[in-house]
Write a protein that binds this ligand. Sequence first.
Ligand code: PMP
Length: 736
Amino acid sequence: MSIVHPDSPAPRCHPQPALCHPHPALRNIAIIGVASGIGAPEPGSAEGPGVLEAIGIADQLTSAGRRVAWVSTIAPAAACHAAAGKLDSIADCAVRTAGAVAAAIQAGDFPLVFGGDHSCAIGTWRGVAQALNPPPQPQACTPQPFGLLWIDAHLDSHTPETSPSGAPHGMPLACLLGRGAGSLTQGVPVLQAQHVAVVGVRSFEPQEHALLQELGVRVFFMDEVMRRGLDAVLRDALAIVQDGTAGFGISIDLDAIDPADAPGVGSPVPHGLRAAELAAVLATQATLAPMAPSAPLAPLTTLAGLTALVPPLPLRGPPVLLALEIAEYDPYRDQDGKTVSVIAQLLAAVLGGGKCITPSMAALELRHGAHNYDPLPVTLAKGQGVYLWDLQGRRYLDMMSAYSAVSLGHAHPRILRVLTQQAQDLAVTSRAFYNNRLPRLLQRLCEMTGLDQALPVNTGAEAVETAIKAARKWAYQVKGVAPDCAEIIACDGNFHGRSTAIVAMSSEPQYQDGFGPFPAGFKRIPFGNSDALARAITPHTAAFLVEPVQGEGGIIVPPPGYLAQCAQLCREHNVLLICDEVQTGLGRTGKFLACQHEGVRPDGVILGKALGGGVLPVSAFVARREVMQVFRPGDHGSTFGGNPLAAAVALEALNVIVEERLAERSADLGRYMLDALRSLPSPLIREVRGLGLFIGVEIDPALSSARQVCERLMLCGILSKDTHGTVVRFAPPLTI
Ligand code: PMP
């Protein structure tokens, strides 16, 4: 590898200035994410590049006439907590980042690096050095120097010997200057101190300052910026990085900016640069040369296919901007998307563009999609754990969990691991054959519900249909009900899905309006009243289908003892008790199954939503053998039901629920949240009810609709959805 080595002056191989990269007019923008957060005090910034990619930050630049592509995201190998492991992981990341950056430049693209923590700089600028001085270099050739403008609240010049914090992410500038751990410096400096300028510093250790002084790096501390003005300081700093160099780079740690403007950083430091001023000064002093109007569109780099290198063009004139790096965006601290706006502002200042041309996703959906939903006005682009981010980078707490489908949180690492591995091994085979994943899921479902056999399908509605078919056939074959006379009893206010048979049970006029005729054989009784069940049962009754807590009906918790009394009545009259636990099951209410609150073991249980781990639709009907044995081959099925991908994910979801004690968490946190909500002295609230983290707040309709409350909550960074006009639900991921 060829890199700058100031200690051994040697004849230059190129007439100055000569640059092994193409004319800037040819350059499109290749974005490289470095999801590093290994040494940072909190892990948030590791997610920064992923959020920026998901919300489409590249779109901010497309109007500048360049092609922009997010070419790769480099993630560290599994973080190790031991200091040595962290250094190895950073070193490995740096090598891969350097490779990606060098490849981008050599292919004629301009590298834009979004780093998690600032350790990404070790790789970024080593990559620039590699591209400027590609091997093979003639013997004794002095590599071309380049300058670096380092904008940061910190000096980032700890070494393992001097770092009081021991935080490896605090070392990148020292490493680039050849000081610090050998695995990070590779024994040679990338930068020459006389071509480095640091701006905006206001938090540092004396040892770091001493090191930079010894090396001769010019540091413009924040008080100098305040005294002289940013414009004058940047002019001096740019002279340092440009004089005698082949080009220069800009590395911006967002914590250089005042937290009032950019709160979404790993380690905010007060009294920083003002974002608008920094953007304005950069725009006038340090921008990427505009695209030549006639410039051909060079191919964008991809790491996989670096075949056609653009030949190097000698460049005359002032040193050019070689790369831009922006580090330490922490999306968890950027609640209102302010910091994303600052990033967009900086990109616009340095690289041009800045006009977001993304069409409104909501408008596109309304134009091309059926209007069968009425979403809140927010377009989500990324989810991680209990948080969601919209296209503007605003962060939300997910209090909806996709109607409990995301009980394990978004992007649970164990689920993603199984999902990706199984997708590569075997995804879908149909039930025409056995597969090696489904049996273990079926076994686990039976163990965990205390039932005998399971039938896997995809959506909750399909599982409810399965239960209805099983109950009817059981009634004819086992109970001896006369043909076509079997009845199923459901409850007022139920929600079991949207198929025509299921909406035939609904008490909600809108669910039926215009969709008849409906199948016969359903009866409805009031929910929460076991006497009503006793009165409704006839010799034709096959099953009582009930949600232990009504979800879509408004989070209605029945009186204590209700389900146990119903179970008793069903036993006495040889009626199947089928609990629809699509929403209440899998830990949501504080027990694995909500019916376990009353010690009830039903004849059949319907599961769905969270069974898919938040990534796939997976549902099942689980029942006693006497019920399930009515199905013969060909009676019932679904192409995707029980596919190996779904089975592997569902099995892992069940394991996560048990091992992370999600039901217990739901019980504890649910109690806490119910108490907290009940203590709110708000005239809006008529009632707070729920079980575990399955909570409904009844809003006084004279004062507000639940939808209005949800819209207001959305503006406060909390996402939920009203149900039944007057109820706001709170059902966060159980990992909260
Ligand atoms: N049963 C219950 C209790 C539900 O809450 C739902 C969905 N909200 C369903 C069934 C239907 O599930 P799906 O939307 O997956 O068909």
